[in-house]
Ligand binder design. Structure first.
Ligand SMILES: NC(=O)C1=CN([C@@H]2O[C@H](COP(=O)(O)OP(=O)(O)OC[C@H]3O[C@@H](n4cnc5c(N)ncnc54)[C@H](O)[C@@H]3O)[C@@H](O)[C@H]2O)C=CC1
Ligand SMILES: O=C(O)CCC(=O)C(=O)O
Length: 305
C-alpha cells in the first residue's frame, strides 16, 4: 500500500486517500487490526440473536489463527464463549452455525455437505465486512485531512455494524443453505423491476425451512416482483413448466410484509435450470453465471452508506 501511495503521489502529489490499508504514519486508520474480527463478532451476535442465543456459554471452533481468527478468538472468549481451535473438514462439522470470516472459505462441495447437514451459514460478504468498513473510514479521514482517535473508529464500526445487522435479511442467509433458483419478474406486471426489496420471513417461519419456500418480493411501490427459493433446484422442472412464475402459483406463497435490504444471496445454478433463468430480465443479471456460486455484492454498499 505504501508503494502504491508513493508511486501515485510521484505523479499527482501527496494523495493518501488513493489507497487504503496504509500504515498509520502514512495515513492509515487506527483500529484496523481488530476491526475485521470485531465485525465478525458483531455479525455472529446478530445471527445468534435471531435464534435467541448469545455467544456466552457456547463452544466454538476457529479455523485459521491469523489476524482475523485470533481477534475473533480473543473477543468471543471475553464474551464467555469456549474456543476450541481445530481444523475441520465439512464432513466433520457438528456445529450449527458457521460464520465465514475469511473470503469465500466454503467451496461448493463443502457448501453442499453443510447444506445437507442443515448448518446455518453466515456469508463472508456480511461477516467480514469490518475490514472494508475500516477502509472506508480511512478514506473518509484522508479526504477530511483529519485523523479519528481509536475510540471514535471503534464506535463508528459498532454503529455501522449494528445498522447492518438490522438490515440483514436472514432469509437470504438461510437461503445459502438451500439451492436457490430465482426469477425476477417484476416488469411483467408492473414494468418496474428496480429497486428490489426482499421481505423478511417471520422468525417462526424461517426456523422451519425444511420445506421449499417461495418469497414474495417487490419494489416498495408495487410489491409485485417475485423470487423463488427452492430446496431442490430441479424442483421447478418437475412441474414440467419452464416458467418458474407459473410453477410458483402451484405452491404456497409466503406472505411477507416488512421490507429489508438484500445484502447477498448465494446462488447455485445447474445447467439444466438455465432455461428458467433469464439474466437479461433480472436485476442481478450482470452476475448471472452458469455453474458457479457467488455472492451479490451490489447492495452492501447501500447498507454501509
Ligand atoms: N485482515 C482483514 O482485515 C480481513 C481479512 N479477510 C480475509 O480473512 C482471511 C484471513 O485473513 P487474515 O487473518 O488477515 O490472514 P492471516 O494471514 O493473518 O491469517 C490466516 C491464517 O489462516 C491459516 N490458514 C490458512 N489456510 C488454512 C486452512 N485451510 N485451515 C486452517 N487455517 C488456515 C494460516 O496459517 C494463517 O494463520 C483471508 O481470507 C482474508 O482475505 C477479510 C476481510 C478483512
Ligand atoms: O481492508 C480492506 O479494505 C478489505 C480487507 C479484505 O476484505 C480482505 O483482507 O480480504
Amino acid at each position: 500500500m505504501a508503494w502504491i501511495l508513493d508511486e501515485y503521489s510521484k505523479f499527482h502529489g501527496h494523495s493518501p486517500a488513493v489507497v487504503t490499508g496504509k500504515l498509520i504514519d502514512l495515513g492509515g486508520s487506527l483500529g484496523r487490526e481488530a476491526a475485521t474480527g470485531c465485525g465478525v463478532v458483531y455479525a455472529t451476535e446478530a445471527l445468534l440473536a435471531e435464534y435467541w442465543k448469545a455467544v456466552k456459554g457456547l463452544t466454538s471452533v476457529i479455523q485459521g489463527f491469523g489476524n482475523v481468527g485470533s481477534w475473533v478468538a480473543r473477543l468471543i472468549h471475553e464474551r464467555g464463549c469456549k474456543v476450541i481451535a481445530v481444523r475441520e473438514n465439512a464432513e466433520d462439522v457438528k456445529e450449527k452455525f458457521i460464520i465465514e470470516a475469511a473470503n469465500h472459505p466454503t467451496d461448493p462441495e463443502a457448501d453442499e455437505i453443510l447444506s445437507k447437514k442443515g448448518v446455518i451459514m453466515m456469508p463472508d460478504i456480511y461477516a467480514n465486512a469490518g475490514g472494508v468498513t475500516i477502509s472506508y473510514f480511512e478514506w473518509v479521514q484522508n479526504i477530511q485531512g483529519f485523523m479519528w482517535d481509536e475510540d471514535k473508529v471503534n464506535k463508528e464500526l459498532k454503529r455501522r455494524a449494528n445498522k447492518m445487522n438490522h438490515k440483514v435479511i436472514f432469509p437470504g442467509i438461510i437461503a445459502l443453505n438451500l439451492h436457490v433458483i430465482h426469477e425476477f419478474g417484476g416488469n411483467q406486471d408492473t414494468g418496474d423491476e428496480q429497486p428490489m426489496y426482499i421481505v423478511r420471513i417471520d422468525r417462526q417461519r424461517w426456523l422451519h425451512l425444511h420445506e421449499p419456500i417461495k418469497i414474495n418480493i417487490g419494489n416498495h411501490k408495487t410489491g409485485r416482483a417475485t423470487v423463488c427459493v427452492f430446496k431442490d433446484p430441479l424442483e421447478i422442472a418437475s412441474d414440467g413448466n419452464s416458467r418458474p412464475r407459473s410453477a410458483m402459483k402451484k405452491r404456497h406463497l409466503l406472505q411477507l410484509k416488512q421490507p429489508a435490504t438484500i445484502i447477498g444471496l448465494r446462488y447455485s445454478f445447474q445447467q439444466r435450470r438455465q432455461e428458467t433463468y433469464d439474466p437479461g430480465n433480472s436485476v442481478f443479471g450482470f452476475v448471472g453465471h452458469r455453474f458457479c456460486h457467488f455472492f451479490l455484492v451490489c447492495l452492501v454498499f447501500s447498507v454501509l452508506a
